[in-house]
Design a protein around this ligand. Structure first.
Ligand code: NAI
Ligand code: MG
Length: 395
């Protein structure tokens, strides 16, 4: 096997803590790769005026495979205020580099598996009719369209006249027509058939390959008739190629309710950008939350793997670090799957599962403790100890 090169982008805060832990696991499981560091995030913004430096984009273009930790984002004006003095007043505008990455490389397929590990004290439990409790096993894999929809960035406050007059051609615009420009905010939700097709196809292919019985389109076609409607339409067409996989549909609001009633019924779920973000966070909450939530951003040429959590600045300076490395380690396992190293990926997940099941070594979140330096004396493992325990279970 040719040696691979992984572009390592720890980013900010706890991204710098958890990414090296995942690399330790990748090395221990025998994945042969070189890691090249690439800058991304707050320091690059403050010092260079660009949180996603061109050299990082070039490295990803060259190697096609990226492992990303987390970045710190701040609102536009706060971000500008923190720029180095020489960069102030140059009209630089902050954009989240991970959103830019997804758009630069058209990483339009986002995959977020939410699977419960047996014995995780953070797993969802439900009361039974006889007053007892049960713990339904959750195994949902969310496919989120990653580049368009409400995240497309086509938006205005005080839209230009051409936009207003174009909107006025729609009869429903009548109720907004008298609103003064500065009081009118518009964020668009643009779906293209090509990308609806790609995300829905990716979901069906995954379901068929991994033996899921259904793909649920989680949208709102009764109200968002054009955009959600287009995704539904593509799903109906594509399902015909996958007779072994049923096409189900839920509305995003109803799905949030069913989430805690019957989460075990859902397998693969596919949604647009915003609803995909919502439904994946919701399912992640049933299986342990941010300490367990992993994801992949996949395009035709480049793929970037990242835990769902952010940079958790509250914890970045704690020494020893206490955050849970499992989300990042499961993210690395997704990268292994992507490059065809499925045996190694399974070994990593099994090792995580064994540590969780044993319950001897737990991060503070798994002990339901508020985070802080005192969690260690309360019995929580450090980040490194938890990784060490996973390494011991690698077979
Ligand atoms: P966050 O995900 O960084 O942290 C929220 C809370 O979740 C933390 O206080 C912590 O209690 C917990 N948490 C997160 N990761 C954990 C882990 N691995 N183990 C144990 N507990 C963990 O989100 P927050 O606080 O809303 O945002 C902090 C910064 O991160 C902001 O600047 C935000 O913009 C950025 N962010 C970046 C993301 C990314 O890089 N993709 C995603 C989400 C937020
Ligand atoms: Mg999110």
């Amino acid at each position: 096997m040719a040696q691979r090169t992984v572009v390592s982008m720890p980013g900010d805060g706890i991204g710098k803590v958890v990414l090296p832990e995942a690399v330790r696991v990748l090395e221990a499981v025998g994945f042969e790769a070189d890691y090249v560091h690439a800058d991304i995030g707050w320091d690059s913004w403050v010092n260079e005026g660009n949180p996603l430096p061109e050299r990082t984009v070039e490295l990803l273009r060259e190697h096609g495979l990226g492992l990303f930790g987390a970045i710190t984002s701040k609102p536009k004006h706060e971000a500008s205020a923190e720029l180095r003095p020489e960069l102030q007043d140059k009209g630089l505008v902050y954009y989240s580099p991970i959103v830019s990455l997804r758009q630069t490389f058209d990483l339009d397929v986002c995959i977020r598996p939410c699977r419960s590990f047996q014995g995780n004290p953070l797993n969802f439990i439900r009361r039974t009719a006889d007053g007892g409790f049960e713990e339904p096993p959750v195994d949902a894999v969310i496919f989120r369209q990653n580049t368009e929809g409400l995240y497309g960035g086509v938006e205005w406050t005080d839209p230009p006249e051409q936009v207003r007059s174009a909107l006025a051609t729609h009869k429903k615009f009548g109720m907004f027509a008298d609103t003064p420009g500065p009081d009118l905010a518009i964020s668009t939700r643009i779906f293209t058939r090509h990308r609806c097709h790609r995300i829905v196809r990716a979901a069906f292919e995954y379901a068929a390959k991994h033996g899921y019985r259904s793909v649920t389109v989680c949208e709102k076609p009764n109200v968002l008739r054009e955009t959600s409607g287009m995704m539904e339409e593509e799903a109906r067409k594509i399902q015909k190629e996958f007779p072994g996989v049923q096409h189900w549909s839920t509305n995003i609001d109803a799905q949030m309710m069913w989430l805690t009633k019957n989460p075990e019924d859902y397998g693969v779920i596919v949604a647009g950008n915003m609803f995909g973000d919502i439904v994946s966070d919701a399912f992640a909450g049933l299986v342990g939350g941010l300490g367990f939530a992993c994801s992949a951003n996949i395009g035709d040429q480049v793929a970037v793997f990242e835990p769902t959590h952010g940079s958790a600045p509250k914890y970045e300076k704690l020494d020893p670090p206490i955050v849970n490395p499992i989300a990042m380690i499961l993210t690395a396992a997704m990268m292994l799957d992507h490059v065809g190293e499925t045996d190694r990926a399974t070994r990593v997940r099994n090792a995580v599962g064994a540590v969780v099941a044993e319950g001897r070594v737990r991060a503070y979140d798994m002990m339901k403790l508020p985070g802080g330096p005192d969690v260690i004396e309360k019995g929580a493992a450090t980040t490194t100890q938890l990784t060490d325990a996973i390494l011991e279970q690698l077979v």
